[in-house]
Design a protein. Structure first.
Length: 315
């Protein structure tokens, strides 16, 4: 067994022990105590319970019958008789179904438009010597700290003729200065020799962007796309301002009026017969609003560890 001499002339330390100690944790990070491990485990359990129990309760209530909800006195925690009647009524082709289609369309088109503009803007700002580089970058930074406000924005949307138009839910929030700067920071960090080599081979900016920059930026673009998609899916304030036609309202507006304000969705839900509990229908609408984000997140989660840390450390 080989040994390593101590600097101060003390007893030698076996190399096996030294490697075992340094390979698990840094020297300044002490070994946690049993009490510390127990508190960390308890904290993780409580955090998971705080997230999962409400989701479980909402899902179970949406699947419960009127008798089960009545017996539970409201939200259901213990499974009883289960049924899909609430989802059948919600998705029977009424207001909620139409609102889901509107939200899916706005999220899809809005995310595509936002990513297209953000990627082009970030790539242009990442190239040294690009036209108006400093002026555009300074303007983006200003918009992060100062905004026009609700009334000027509404007047602008109204003067552009976008009231009661789906574009009023996309164009005003199509570009996020923070997301553009995040993409720019990643694009700037790409090795310049790769881009220079492509230029020597005759590639233009479009080919460099699509064949070199974007394939190397899958993590950050996936995270930014998720940010945009979740923002469009959850947005309801713009719809309450710019959409007066009830047939064009997205799901979040219907969810807000039906669940939070207790307003019945006209022509879509028939809960007066007593066969389907009103609370079950409300929880079904909540589940429908949550599920798409829960389905998309696992496919993007693997990129979060690298995507959200872009620009946080040097080197």
């Amino acid at each position: 067994m080989s040994v390593t001499e101590n600097v101060n002339g003390a007893a030698p330390v076996p190399e096996e022990r030294l490697r075992a100690r340094t390979s698990t944790r840094p020297p300044w990070d002490e070994e946690p105590t049993v009490a510390g491990k127990g508190l960390k485990g308890l904290a993780l359990v409580l955090i998971c319970a705080a997230v999962l129990v409400p989701l479980y309760t909402v899902l179970l209530t949406s699947l419960s019958t009127q008798s089960t909800i009545t017996r539970a006195g409201g939200l259901v925690l213990v499974p009883g008789e289960l049924t899909l009647d609430a989802y059948r009524q919600v998705l029977s082709g009424g207001v909620v179904t139409r609102a889901v289609l509107v939200s899916v369309g706005i999220t899809t088109v809005g995310t595509a438009v936002s990513m297209f503009v953000s990627v082009l803007g970030a790539y242009g700002l990442s190239r040294p010597g690009s036209y108006g580089h400093r002026t555009i970058l300074f303007t983006l930074l200003i918009t992060m700290f100062f905004g026009a406000g609700m009334i000027p924005t509404y007047l602008l949307v109204s003067n552009l003729g976008l009231i009661d138009s789906y574009w009023s839910l996309i164009l005003p929030t199509a570009v996020s200065a923070f997301n553009v700067l995040l993409l720019r920071g990643f694009f700037t960090g790409i090795d310049a020799s790769l881009i220079d080599s492509a230029r020597i081979d005759g590639a233009g900016d479009w080919r460099i962007l699509t064949l070199i920059v974007l394939p190397m930026s899958k993590a950050v673009t996936a995270v930014i796309a998720l940010f945009y998609a979740v923002g469009y899916w959850n947005a309801f304030f713009q719809a309450t301002l710019y959409i007066n036609d009830s047939t064009k309202q997205p799901l979040q507006v219907v969810l807000r009026s039906f669940v939070l304000q207790g307003v019945d969705v006209p022509g879509a839900l028939d809960v007066g017969s007593g066969q389907v509990a009103s609370l079950a229908v409300q929880m079904a609408v909540v589940v429908i609003a949550i599920v798409p984000v829960l389905l998309v997140y696992p496919f993007v989660q693997k990129h979060f560890s690298s995507g959200v840390m872009i620009g946080a450390v040097k080197g």
